[in-house]
Ligand binder design. Sequence first.
Ligand code: SF4
Ligand code: SF4
Length: 200
Amino acid sequence: MYGIGIVKGLGVTLWHFIETYIDDLRWLGRRYYNDDALAVRQGPEGRGVFTVQYPEEKLPIPEEFRFLPFLVYEQDEDGTAHDRCTSCGICAKVCPPQCIWIVRSDDPDTGRPIPEPAEFYIDIDICMNCGLCAEFCPFDAIKMDHDFELSSDDRFEGHVYNKAKLSRPVDYYASIRPTNYTREEINRAEKQFKKSRRGR
Ligand code: SF4
Ligand code: SF4
């Protein structure tokens, strides 16, 4: 009979609609804005409407998610910051839309280059979030951030991020990308160990 598929489809929609209220009762007062409820609702146990109530409610971000790059710095016990970046310029060379601009540091007495950037700029309106800069950096000095809530009404200077705005401590990197951080630290320790053995 014509139209039977449409009736069945409407029945499925109606059942999902009803299930939403059943789920509301099951999670009374906890269905939204709650990590446990969100995990159930987005998993195979989910029933009813699946809409995420953004921005109050947010889906968890996978570790490999990438938005803008940031610069990693190490900190001494006394809080002194040390850039990992050596201003080698590789990231700027590989960046497809050429949105990285680095100002190298020079020794004021000798005029010789110092391996750290005096300034580092990224035009965030041009960055296409490809992650190539982070892939190619030989010093693990530039990494991709998870923060995507950066909208503003500025179209000019405010969207050219400078070194201060781009820099984050290594602990921050470890907190958003624990798997990558741990792998890199193991590699670093192994390299250090081999180097120390060669030096004997
Ligand atoms: S972020 Fe990495 S690749 Fe880019 S200039 Fe610094 S050290 Fe070189
Ligand atoms: S993520 Fe891609 S586009 Fe953005 S600065 Fe890095 S290399 Fe350039």
